[in-house]
Design a protein around this ligand. Structure first.
Ligand code: GLU
Length: 501
């Protein structure tokens, strides 16, 4: 199936196989496209292939440089590396389709000359009327009205100021078989692809289905691995290749990612852009692991696999044929696993922006204390941003109280406990902080939950968190004292709040 052999030499060796990821820069990187990129990257590692990044930006109205930049940033964040692309160059550039218009023009001329394409002068209104009429009876297909215009007719239309499109003349009754590495053989007939389709718009811009196959050929792509939504486009691309005598790559169409209602994953289901996942505090390792393994399982059924382990197990032909359901909960769970694998030192720069959001200046906290706090809190963070909820417990002067904690602090038992805790700090020197829990326990006679719930609520503002001994040791005598005095003021003296809660 591979129509050419080209050996590329890069720092990481010689490569025969060439893959590509070809995003359209019309918004943020969608999670479904990120998965296509990740699979291509992993396959490039597995099969020692070159990975080409090509920007498909001929839809001028919807494409933007900002979008391209954000897509590149997100791909880099995910850890995906490419050998050739608009930013790094390569032997088959330019890698932005908008910079390749001269190349496509030559192919258009060839198609026009051979009669495989023709100018179509139908106006927008004429096409709409045809479409509306067709929908009354069935499905629309371009009538081929301009297929055989005479030179005089063409001149008349031009004189009227009409700007023509170029249409591909779809051959009649031609069978196109897509021999797909994942789906198997998929048979199409040229009769069912909607008639002669536009390959160059009236403004001169060529369209995706036309130039994608030209670029795949010129960039010597051997394998096109992309989403299944492009399977129905493939016969058009193959017909163009036949007309231009270009090689056809091996196709592999990945089953789509669906929401739990089996509809195409969209914003209704949850976050769909990689950019937002990053901002929410997901780690790239978790996204890569989760997206890479959507729809297939490792031999030993393990779900947490490093990139190297995935590369060792992934196989193009074994990728799932049927849709994969995106499980947001599972991704969260996977993320918490990767958060826990990181050391406090690694986590620090990643969580710093979130700390700032809750008013904690990491640079103002003693480093050893900061790292200890992160170590204690990381089991509570599924997402990096969860640190916003837990960090004040250890790093703010007075943390806000949760609703549950407030309820507990208003109970009769808490009243007794707060008073005893308050006396402890008025009577005991700082060197005896180690005795705090024991003294309060002895004085109140409380034990178990009766003791630990109000104590935890009093010191941390929450009922959930790290071991109390650890919390007390991290806060130290002064930290604990401040919090006890604060609670005493509110719940015992019932003084109005001065500071913010
Ligand atoms: N530019 C197309 C897209 O973003 C991808 C084309 C392809 O992979 O063939 O959907």
């Amino acid at each position: 199936m591979i129509g050419f052999q080209y050996v590329a030499r890069y720092g990481d060796g010689e490569h025969m196989m060439r893959l590509r990821f070809a995003p359209s820069p019309t918004g943020f990187l969608h999670i479904g496209n990120a998965r296509t990129a990740i699979i291509n990257y992993l396959l490039s590692k597995k099969y020692n292939a070159v990975l080409v990044l090509r920007i498909e930006d001929t839809d001028v109205e919807r494409s933007s440089r900002e979008s391209e930049e954000s897509i590149l940033r997100d791909l880099q964040w995910l850890g995906i590396q490419w050998h050739e692309g608009p930013d790094v160059g390569g032997n088959f550039g330019p890698y932005r389709q908008s910079e390749r218009l001269e190349i496509y023009k030559q192919f258009s001329e060839q198609l026009l000359k051979n009669g495989n394409a023709y100018y179509c002068f139908c106006t927008q209104e004429e096409l709409e009327t045809m479409r509306a009429r067709a929908f009354e009876t069935g499905t629309y297909e371009y009538s081929g009205r301009c297929r055989n215009l005479s030179t005089a007719e063409k001149e008349r239309f031009r004189a009227e100021g009409r700007k023509p499109t170029i249409r591909f003349r779809v051959p009649e009754n031609e069978t196109v078989i897509v021999d797909d590495a994942i789906k198997g053989k998929v048979v199409f007939s040229s009769e069912n692809i909607g008639g002669d389709f536009i390959i160059v718009r009236s403004d001169g811009m060529p369209v995706y289905n036309y130039i994608v196959i030209i670029d795949d050929a010129l960039m010597k792509i051997t394998h096109v691995v992309r989403g299944e939504d492009h399977l129905s486009n493939t016969p058009k691309q193959i017909l163009i290749a036949r007309a231009l005598n270009l090689p056809v790559p091996q196709y592999a169409h990945l089953a789509l990612v669906m929401g739990n209602d089996r509809k195409k994953l969209s914003k209704r289901h949850g976050i769909t852009s990689v950019d937002l996942y990053r901002k929410e505090g997901y780690l790239p390792e978790a996204l890569v692991n989760y997206l890479a393994m959507l729809g297939w399982a490792a031999e030993d059924e393990r779900e947490i696999l490093s990139m190297q382990e995935i590369v060792a197990q992934i196989e193009l032909e074994k990728l799932a044929k049927s849709a994969a359901i995106f499980d947001f909960q599972k991704l969260r769970w996977m993320n918490s696993h990767y958060v826990r694998l990181k050391s406090a030192i690694e986590l620090l720069p990643l969580i710093q922006p979130y700390l700032q959001e809750v008013g904690i200046d990491a640079n103002a906290v003693e480093r050893e204390k900061l790292l200890r706090a992160i170590e204690l809190l990381k089991p509570y963070c599924e997402l990096l941003s969860d640190i916003k909820n837990f960090a004040p417990m250890l790093l703010s002067e007075i943390p806000a109280y949760d609703e549950e904690a407030k309820q507990i602090l208003m109970s009769d038992e808490a009243t007794i406990l707060i008073k005893e805790a308050f006396s402890f700090f008025s009577e005991t020197p700082s060197s005896d902080i180690g005795q705090f829990v024991n003294v309060v326990k002895a004085k109140t006679g409380f034990k178990g939950k009766q003791l630990f719930h109000p104590l935890r609520a009093l010191l941390t503002g929450k009922l959930k968190g790290p071991e109390l001994d650890q919390v007390i040791s991290l806060l130290g005598y002064d930290g604990c004292k401040k919090r006890v005095e604060y609670a005493h003021r509110i719940y015992i003296e019932k003084l109005p709040l001065e500071g913010k809660l």
